[in-house]
Write a protein that binds this ligand. Structure first.
Ligand code: ARG
Length: 605
């Protein structure tokens, strides 16, 4: 039962924990030390470190200008921002990371990393695993609420987007050592159930014996019952009473409801299994018992008011309030979400709650979060934890620029869509292998597995590579193209790197232990630097909840690798060992990117 909860203790967001963290975090700590020594009176200055935009530097620290304007009146030690920058650079503690520094214009401290250190950093990742390159986030537990289709209604491409984006966000946070609760907030408690149950009773009085066969295709069943509901007022009335029976706990109605949910769940699970997505269902019904207590708390806090027969929460700046109890006394989407938010904060002790739905629900979530702030559940400052974010995404469009539909202009069935992706990728793979004369080297099983990895990977990548807030046009032709920024291109690029290593005939594990990475050629250094940006890239993707950041990084990595491979001979060169290790490090990082994007890597092509 819900009780009045104390306002949470707010803590600063995105502060470093212990452990090493990204290279940027390590450099930030050096500057933090310098800033403390140089300006002891400005103790709380956060170091502002970024990847440098200059050719001659790798990182830069940008604190000088703002510090100078702060201390201008108080101290005569500094003539201008540049002298502040000089002092910051001078007081950096000694470190193997930094090769040299220089101060530019208004005090930017430019940092050149030691190539030796970068090389060692890469080698130690190879030895100790890419997990050692996980960023440090300050949050311990997060809820990612994603996929969340509605029972008995179709799971449409919008839910597919939510499933793909939500899974990636969960994977990114999990990699960053956050305990993630992957929540499927299925719509299993709506008024549609009255209609469905009543229809079931009417059409199949012996439904308990026939069970699933009676219902057959749930989408068709839904359509038929909806038609009955719309056509016959007396049926409509019975359906509305059925909701009351169900919500009142009548066993017969409960069992029918359970059965319908089960059938739906089985269908959803097929899609999740194919996509390799794990979710834990806590549907709307789960939170129902918590609603009265939560509304009681909100009423006591003076948030809930009577308005036109309904009970509502007024939100500043919104002309329409958040309805929490309908005129007929029933609860709704908003009351459920209030209870769910309460539960996640107080029972599940989540510090970050992330909702992945289409952008159309933006207003709902913004009102929900405002209500939670009014109640003191969330801090006023939305950068502080505990935090709630709505991750909205745009529509999926067809090639006609309209909402994505099938030829028969129906909603796209996800299973069929995945079938098509796989079939197409299989056909293309077969042609490719026939053209290169390699088809005999492949077993049917390998072909099948690769077609699946490439086909599903293509669907996911095409979605994730866009900034999620934009609409995107669904096109099999585009996503399955082996040139350009596609999963196919990237998966094949990875397979090619694996084959370089295989063909060298060297034992790569052995090289990791006894060989040395050296970054001498400019293209080796560029590749090395891009590799070590991995952790801060993941960190940025996590903090801003943007999977496309990972796609961009991965695509750039593959381009940078190509340049390296074109300009630096690997097999048979004097630098072979080091260069093979760079190939391996690239493959490892690419695989982790694939993993974060929920894409299965391909090793052979
Ligand atoms: N079932 C909803 C839909 O299909 C999405 C639920 C999202 N999560 C939430 N806590 N409201 O639109």
């Amino acid at each position: 039962k819900a009780s009045i909860s104390a306002p949470p203790e707010a803590k600063p967001a995105d502060k470093m924990g212990d452990g090493i963290g990204s290279v940027k975090q390590q450099i930030s700590r050096l500057f933090e030390t310098s800033l403390k020594t140089t300006f002891p009176d400005e103790a709380n200055t956060e170091p502002m470190v970024a990847i440098s935009t200059q050719k001659f530097a790798d990182y830069q620290c940008n604190n000088a200008m703002s510090l100078f304007s702060k201390i201008k009146g108080k101290s005569t030690d500094y003539r201008n921002p540049n002298s502040v920058g000089q002092a910051i650079a001078r007081n950096l503690p000694p470190s193997d990371i930094i090769e040299s520094t220089s101060v530019a214009g208004p005090g930017f401290v430019n940092v050149v990393l030691s190539s030796t250190w970068v090389a060692q950093y890469i080698q130690s990742m190879l030895l100790n695993g890419i997990e050692t390159w996980a960023p440090l986030l300050s949050v311990k537990r997060a809820v990612v609420d994603f996929s969340s289709p509605n029972i008995a209604k179709e799971m449409h491409v919008g839910h597919l987007r939510s499933t793909i984006i939500g899974d990636t966000l969960a994977r990114m946070l999990e990699f960053s050592k956050v305990d993630v609760l992957r929540r499927n907030h299925v719509g299993d408690w709506g008024t549609q159930f009255g209609m469905l149950i009543e229809y079931l009773f009417e059409m199949f009085p012996n439904w308990e014996d026939v069970g699933e066969q009676a219902i057959g295709d749930l989408q068709e069943f839904y359509k038929a019952s909806k038609k009955r509901f719309d056509d016959d007022p007396s049926f409509k009335e019975r359906a509305q009473l059925a909701v009351v029976q169900l919500q009142g706990g009548d066993m017969k109605y409960r069992n029918a409801w359970k059965k319908i949910c089960e059938i739906s769940r089985k269908e959803f699970d097929l899609v999740y299994k194919r996509l390799g997505v794990y979710l834990e269902e806590k549907g709307e019904s789960f939170y129902n018992p918590y609603i009265p207590g939560v509304l009681e708390e909100l009423t006591q806090k003076g948030l809930v008011e009577e308005s036109e027969g309904a009970r509502v929460i007024f939100i500043e700046g919104q002309s329409i309030p958040l309805i929490v109890v309908k005129k007929d006394g029933g609860f709704n989407y908003a009351s459920t979400d209030l209870a769910a938010l309460w539960y996640r904060l107080n029972e599940e002790k989540a510090e970050w709650i992330i909702y992945v739905t289409d952008a159309g629900q933006q207003l709902h979530f913004s009102m929900l979060f405002s209500a939670a702030r009014k109640a003191g559940w969330l801090p006023e400052n939305s950068n502080l934890y505990p935090k709630a974010n709505h991750v909205g995404f745009g529509l999926v469009l067809g090639s006609d620029g309209k909402r994505f539909r099938t030829r028969s202009s129906e909603v796209v069935r996800l299973a069929e869509l995945l079938d098509e992706a796989k079939d197409r990728s299989k056909a293309e793979l077969r042609t490719r292998l026939e053209d290169s004369g390699k088809v005999a080297e492949w077993t049917d099983e390998e072909l099948e597995e690769t077609a699946e990895a490439v086909g599903y990977g293509a669907v996911k990548y095409a979605d994730l590579k866009n900034n999620r807030s934009t609409n995107y046009t669904f096109s099999f032709e585009q996503m399955l193209n082996d040139k350009g920024n596609t999963a196919v291109y990237l998966l094949y690029a990875h397979a090619r790197i694996c084959s370089i290593i295989r063909k060298s005939g060297k034992d790569i594990k052995e090289l990791m232990k006894n060989g040395t990475v050296v970054l001498a050629h400019p293209d080796e250094r560029i590749l090395g630097l891009h590799l070590i940006h991995f952790a801060e890239m993941v960190e940025e993707a996590c903090i801003n909840l943007l999977p496309n950041v990972i796609c961009e990084y991965l695509y750039n990595l593959s381009e940078i690798f190509t340049r390296f491979y074109t300009n630096c001979k690997v097999v048979g060169s004097a630098e072979e060992t080091s260069r093979l290790l760079l190939c391996e490090a690239t493959a490892v990082v690419m695989r982790k990117c694939f993993h974060l994007l929920g894409i299965k890597p391909v090793y052979k092509i």
